[in-house]
Structures are given as C-alpha cells and as structure tokens.
Design a protein around this ligand. Structure first.
Ligand code: ZN
Length: 368
C-alpha cells in the first residue's frame, strides 16, 4: 500500500512538472509576450537567386506569411559565403551580393514587414513598429579575404556577427568541418591574425560567432575576445555527438563569459539517429520537436537559463524536426516548453532576452 501510494505520488508530481496542460490562449499569450530572435536563417541563399520572400511559398522554410504566423520578431539573415568562393578569391564578391539580397530583396522590397536593423535599439524599435527586424551575420570568415579593411566595410554595411569559419578551415581559423582531414593545413586554432580579427570585431562591435569552428578555435576565440561571444546555430554534443555541436565544457565556459548557445534545429544536430544516418550518407530520419526541447533542457542543466537562445538554421538544412518544420511553427516550441514547466520569463530569455544581453555587451565594449 505504502509503495503504491508513493508510486502514485511520484507519477502525479512527475506529471505536474513534465506535462502540464496548456491552453492555446496561454501559448499565444506567452509567445506574443516574447521578442523572438532567430539568429540564423539561410533564406538568403534563395532570395539571392530570385526567390520572392513575400507570398506564402509551397516549399522552403521561410516567407513573410509564415514569419508572421510564427511570431518572429527579428531574424539574422545569413550572409553565407560557400567555401568554393575562396578559390580564386571571389569571397568578397559573394559576401557583397549576399549583403545586397538582405538589404534589397528583403528589407527594401517589403518595408511594411521588415525594418533593417543593426543594433539592440533598432530591434526594439522594429518591435514597437510591429515589423520584423532584419539583421545580417556573415557565415564564413574567408569572406574578409584576410583583410581587416573588408571586415570594417562589412560592419559599415550593417553586418553584426561573423561566423569565424564555415565548414572550411581558412587562412587564420580551423573549422570543425575539415579538422579530421590531414590534407588540410591547420593552425591549431586561431593564428595571430585570427586573434587580430577577433579583437577588431570587438573594437567595431561585431559579435564573434563560434558555430562551425574547430574546438581549439573556440577556446582561442574565447580567450582573445573582450566581449561575450556566441554560437549562432549550434547544439549540444553530449546529446548528439557531431563536431558541429558544443561539448559541455565549451558551453559552460561560453556561459561563464556571458555568451549564449543558440540551438540549431537541424535533425542531424539534435538527434543521434539522424546524425548517424547523415554520417552514412543516408536520408536523415526526421527528428522531433522534443529533441529540440532536450537540447534546451541540457544546456539549462549545465549552464543555466541565461545561456540559451534560438538559431534555427531554417532554409540552411534539408531536414527540420516534426512540429518545427518551418518559421511558422515556433508557437509549438512555446507550447512544449510551457508543458515542460518553463515559465514565461524563461521562454522570454531563451527567445530573445539572452541574445539581446550579449548584443548589448558587445555594443558596450565597442570603440575601446
Ligand atoms: Zn551553418
């Protein structure tokens, strides 16, 4: 009898903590109260080739109709420069074209829906005006073609973060994408010039993004930076063992310096089954919304609620989780987090406040 009572009690409290019933009205109330900032969206790879982000599209993950349904408040659009542009030094050309597609095909084409933004103040102003803040982050440090002058040019065009590498090691930073390839000449992390890049980013007020970098590059960047750094789209390696994700040690160290890990929704980064299929070059089985929640939970457990953000990687990946298929589905994540016992305050931190804290700190450290 005693044992059964105890069991019943455990089940009830468990149910209360883990599976609280949440109404649709509560989901939408909490969702709307948050300023949702997605720090990595790759729809720019489509708009640069003529895709119209306005009307609801039958394919892809992003358009204005779905951004509104998803209650997205701000998006960092990826100024993505593929590794192949480094051959023959076309990286800057490509970066400028990608900057233009954010400014011309997104912000200027739909001024009633987007507001070009480059600061915390801008993001908050866009929200007051009921618009989506459109920001830019460079993906792939080879975009600067080894020149701090180009880095400064990108800053003046409005770029506010740079991922130090993409999947390729460049002339000053090692990437997780080819770190196991002995054919590639590595640097044991960041070179002296790589550290200069980090310091110049600090001076300008551009956020250092360590998604994609090799582990040693992460540690070197963390040591070199005067301001908090972040992962614009990475998840936890303890749950899904791929080099693109961060170890617990890295996450804890990043959080200690005030940084955030913006969780990536790519199936292969949040589900080991999907990651294993990716490694065998097989079709990735769909991950689930619950996998994203598991990664958020894990980061909270080891580094605290202040270390978590959102970096979906929508339109940059083939496979998105069931229930989080595209930008319109963010309210499903809000529901899942509420059901798990996250408070509205927790959710507002994860969705935007934590990232804004990082951006504010980077802005405050600039010019010094
Ligand atoms: Zn990426």
């Amino acid at each position: 009898m005693h044992v059964r009572l105890l069991l019943l009690f455990t089940m009830m409290t468990g149910a209360f903590a883990q599976n609280r019933t949440v109404t649709d009205a509560e989901v939408m109330r909490v969702h709307r109260s948050a300023l949702l900032i997605d720090t990595h969206n790759d729809v720019t790879s489509r708009t640069v080739d003529g895709f119209d982000i306005g009307p609801r599209a039958p394919s892809g993950h992003t358009d204005i109709a779905r951004l509104k349904e998803g209650g997205v408040g701000a998006t960092f659009f990826a100024v993505y420069v593929a590794a192949r542009y480094a051959e023959g030094s076309h990286s800057a050309n490509r970066a400028l074209q990608m900057v233009d597609t954010v400014r011309h095909d997104i912000a200027a084409r739909y001024p009633n829906d987007f507001m070009a933004a480059a600061s915390v103040k801008d993001i908050e102003e866009a929200r007051r005006r009921g618009k989506i803040a459109a920001l830019m982050g460079i993906e792939g440090g080879h975009a600067i073609e080894d020149s701090l002058r180009l880095l400064r040019d990108y800053y003046s065009l409005g770029v506010r973060y740079m991922t130090l590498t993409h999947t390729n090691t460049n002339n000053w930073a090692d990437s997780s994408g080819d770190i196991a390839n002995p054919q590639v000449q590595h640097h044991n992390g960041l070179t002296d010039f790589g550290k200069d890049v980090v310091r110049e980013m600090n001076r300008l007020g551009m956020i250092v993004d360590i998604s994609h970098v090799a582990d040693k590059t992460f540690w070197d960047a963390l040591a070199a930076s005067r301001a908090p750094i972040f992962a614009s789209h990475s998840s936890a390696r303890a749950l899904t063992n791929v080099p693109r994700n961060m170890t617990d040690e890295m996450i804890v160290a990043l959080a200690k310096q005030g940084g955030v890990v913006d969780v990536n929704f790519n199936c292969g980064f949040i589900s080991q089954k999907s990651a294993d299929a990716d490694a065998r070059k097989e079709k990735s089985p769909r991950a689930a919304l619950a996998d994203v929640v598991d990664h958020i939970d894990h980061i909270r457990k080891i580094a605290g609620i202040d270390a978590i953000g959102i970096g979906s990687d929508f339109d940059g990946v083939e496979c998105t989780p069931e229930g989080l298929e595209d930008v319109s589905k963010f309210p499903n994540l809000t529901r899942a987090l509420l059901e798990k016992g996250y408070t509205p305050e927790d959710i507002r931190k994860i969705y935007g406040e934590n990232f804004l804290r990082v951006m504010r700190a980077v802005e405050a450290a600039a010019g010094k």
